[in-house]
Design a protein. Sequence first.
Length: 144
Amino acid sequence: MKKIKELFYKYRELIMYVIIGGCTTLVNWIVYAVLTAAGAGMTAANGAAWVCAVIFAFFANKLIVFESRSFRPAVVIKEALKFAGSRVLTGLIEIFLPSLLFRAGLDMDILGIEGAAAKLTVSVTVIVLNYVFGKLVVFTKRDK
């Protein structure tokens, strides 16, 4: 048990990032499901779900993952703008890069899903970029 505790504390930030990422995905899917069940179109529901997920991710990453505890308006606004900007950037990467990689030759199907290798490559890249942006750009120690 002691060894598990040591590993948790050593890798706490990464572990919490993965957990919060899962929760963010859940928020996205729940909002999407509720809105589509209520009659919203797919595009509107997906857009609203993305916005809700980004808002959830901002506060969860701020408080739980990167432990940025300042709620001074200037700090929160600065962090929120950087966070939103980084998520828009990685969102664009996630939208456009898979097809470019597919056309460049990363065209393997996985489980019969066309372009899955490109999509998986981009998904992993986006997860890493979101973590790096969060740690090095958004929730910097100097803003605490």
